[in-house]
Design a protein around this ligand. Structure first.
Ligand SMILES: [Fe+2]
Length: 200
């Protein structure tokens, strides 16, 4: 198991990510991962699941064409354990990145499968939240999320194929993934917003 603290992981994230949108996404995926750890009976690993979520896109801002290929280098240099690195790389499983490489490290641990399934979906849910008068997930209903999900033109960059493959890897119906991830985001939103206020 890796020996990086949550504090160190957050500093490392901010070393390579300046864009607030990216930092907010990392904090969101961290919170969602912690929520899932508790929900799925891995409560004692919640911080660990969160750290993998926090670091999963570490290379995306500076190296978008080499997303998931550059991450191991950045993480190893900072002393992050191979277990975390595996989880980070596996969140791109089967995806062809900008430089033309198809990522071939598969999710093994349940934590990794949850990261794969929830990452892309949090982007779609957040985009849906921003369309609402409240600009929040807290009053979003599953029905309205499903409508947005089905609308091809909405948040077209959030791949439904990846989200559905993620649900499948977990052995879940898509509905379960949507329900739980929306709940995770709604319950974590205040904490994420509060944390963003301290980001420079
Ligand atoms: Fe991500």
């Amino acid at each position: 198991m890796s020996h990086i603290s949550r504090e160190e992981a957050f500093e490392l994230l901010k070393k390579y990510n300046k864009d607030h949108f990216h930092i907010q996404h990392a904090l969101t995926v961290e919170a969602v991962m912690k929520w899932y750890a508790n929900e799925l009976g891995y409560g004692d690993e919640a911080e660990y699941w969160g750290i993998v979520g926090l670091l999963h896109d570490i290379d995306f801002e500076l190296y978008p064409e080499e997303h998931c290929l550059k991450a191991p280098e950045l993480l190893r240099e900072a002393g992050v354990g191979e277990d975390i690195i595996h989880g980070v790389v596996a969140h791109g499983y089967g995806i062809t990145i900008g430089c033309g490489v198809t990522l071939d490290v598969a999710s093994e641990h349940e934590m990794e499968k949850v990261l794969f399934a929830a990452d892309e979906l949090t982007g779609l849910i957040w985009a849906a939240a921003l369309m609402r008068p409240s600009k929040s997930t807290k009053d979003m209903e599953l029905k309205s999320l499903k409508k947005k999900y089905k609308s091809k033109g909405f948040a077209a960059g959030c791949s439904r194929e990846v989200i559905e493959r993620g649900a499948e890897q977990l052995g879940w119906e898509l509905e379960k993934l949507l329900t739980l991830t929306l709940k995770a985001m709604a319950e974590s939103e205040d904490e994420i917003v509060a944390e963003m206020e301290h980001v420079e």
